[in-house]
Design a protein. Structure first.
Length: 147
């Protein structure tokens, strides 16, 4: 799959487990308790997934629970206001803005910031359309730096 803002194809990606069925000996109630516990500890959904995979040998939650991790978090009112991928991109943009304040002649990073902000706008229009974030949500670089 090609990248949007580069001429390279890109090969870095995660590999999903081969067997989509649930591993034996795992109780759905225990998995749901683990997800809720880790979310209350302040972990993001990707961090919870990595912890479940590495420490508890649970590669996917859907075969075990019959629902996704975000559905479990939504049932327990533990979802964040802004989706994780959008907040990560906004944090990256804030880091680049801080860098550009100290190094205002860095033209390569000016271009990088433009591309990252374009990603923020594209992703935010998608989340507005599906109703995940409010319709009036708007990315502003000055407000993002304050958060």
């Amino acid at each position: 799959m090609g990248r949007i803002h580069s001429h390279r194809h890109g090969k870095a990606h995660s590999v999903r487990p081969v067997e989509p069925k649930a591993p034996s000996g795992i109780k759905p109630a225990e998995v749901e308790e683990l997800i809720v516990k880790y979310a209350k500890d302040g972990m993001t959904t990707s961090q919870i997934g990595v912890k479940l995979r590495d420490q508890h040998s649970i590669p996917l939650t859907r075969p075990v629970l019959g629902k996704t991790m975000t559905e479990v978090l939504r049932e327990h009112d533990l979802t964040s206001e802004i989706p994780e991928d959008l907040s990560n991109i906004v944090n990256t943009a804030v880091g680049l803005q801080k860098h550009l304040k100290a190094h205002n002649g860095d033209r390569r990073n000016v271009r990088s910031l433009e591309l990252i902000e374009a990603k923020v706008h594209r992703l935010s229009t998608y989340y507005k359309r599906i109703g995940r974030i409010p319709k009036k949500w708007k990315y502003k670089s000055v407000i993002a730096q304050l958060e």
